[in-house]
Design a protein around this ligand. Structure first.
Ligand SMILES: [Zn+2]
Length: 116
């Protein structure tokens, strides 16, 4: 009887371990894919402040980071998903021009109330 109880204990322990491993695998397969995007870095065309834009254009999106010049085409195709971007420093708004060459172009400027 003691042996039987011991075997049941081991069995439950093994099942619990397998269950937690399965949960972990499930999380790795599904969890991180939600809200995953690539990041593209480029400077504000006016003041040069670095801006980080998000792209979900690539099916391989996995929190990679690119500089504008070496960004793959599929990632680049979605770079303007949140455009126009606003520079946090000088409030210039801009977007990425892809054709004929990849560059940052100024769209306008957000008028901010200057602090007193
Ligand atoms: Zn700026």
């Amino acid at each position: 009887m003691i042996v039987f109880a011991f075997c049941m204990g081991v069995l439950i322990g093994v099942l619990a371990t397998i269950a937690s491993i399965l949960l972990l695998v499930n999380w790795f397969e599904r969890g991180p894919k939600m809200g995953v995007y690539d990041t593209i870095r480029f400077p504000c065309p006016i003041c040069g402040e670095m801006y980080h834009a998000q792209s979900k254009g690539s099916s391989l999106k996995s929190l990679r980071e690119f500089n504008l010049v070496n960004t793959p085409k599929d990632v680049l195709s979605d770079v303007n998903r949140h455009a126009p971007f606003e520079c946090p420093k000088c409030f210039t708004t801009f977007k990425i021009c892809i054709y004929p060459t990849v560059c940052v172009i100024k769209v306008g400027r957000t008028e901010k109330e200057e602090g007193s």
